[in-house]
Design a protein. Sequence first.
Length: 136
Amino acid sequence: MPRKRIVTAAYSVENDLDVYKLSAQLAVINKDNIKSVGNLQGRITKLRNDYEKQRVAVNDLINEYNNYLADGNKAESLYKRITDQKEKLLQIRQRYDVYCDISKTYGEISKGDYISNLIEEERKRQEQVKKKQKRR
């Protein structure tokens, strides 16, 4: 069954979750200049490593912050650094999730004929619509 991107709106190509998802992934591929699956996998590995380094850095800053709570100026400076590091950590995690999703989609597409599967799903959806119309 086709999945709607906006559940409350009528189904259309513009409101198809798969079309929306694939177009968003293609935009990321083009924007980030991803040239191959190997390149994508390398980026995923790099992001995983960067995420772990950032996570350790945030934890170190939090420990340092806890040690300097009595010194207001030092604690305030550390708090800002912690906030900045957490934001970087979030951005890395989001990019990592997007890349992993693209990799997963590639895996799904490369198994069998993706377009034929989409056409078959649409054919089944149209049959169900016709059955509902006949009942009325």
